[in-house]
Design a protein around this ligand. Sequence first.
Ligand SMILES: [Zn+2]
Length: 126
Amino acid sequence: MSMSDEVTEGFWAATRERRLVIQSCRACGRRQHYPRWLCTACGGAELEFLPVSGLGVVDSFTVVHRAPAPGLAPPYVVARVRLAEGPVMLTNLVGDADWACDLPVRVDWRPLPDGRHLPVFRPMKD
Ligand SMILES: [Zn+2]
């Protein structure tokens, strides 16, 4: 999946203003992430991006001790975060914490060179 895919455009556009948005189905109200062309619950094609709280809990995580690319310093934490609204996001955890499943986290933003922002999550207590 390319970050510039048309279906994900609304998601990335909102990150320019550091807003986290998730697809919502106009027909049945299902919220889903990542963005898709059709609702995974009812197959509806009328999907809109609506803001979410940016709050969630760690669903699962992996600490990576080797750098995948120059410039990305290990260790870093890859995680699935379950948003308060239900959908799960694949993301990175940042900040200092004894990472554990169900730990409350909130969204934070890492700037990208083109003005968009990458959503990451940090401990709620930070
Ligand atoms: Zn639906």
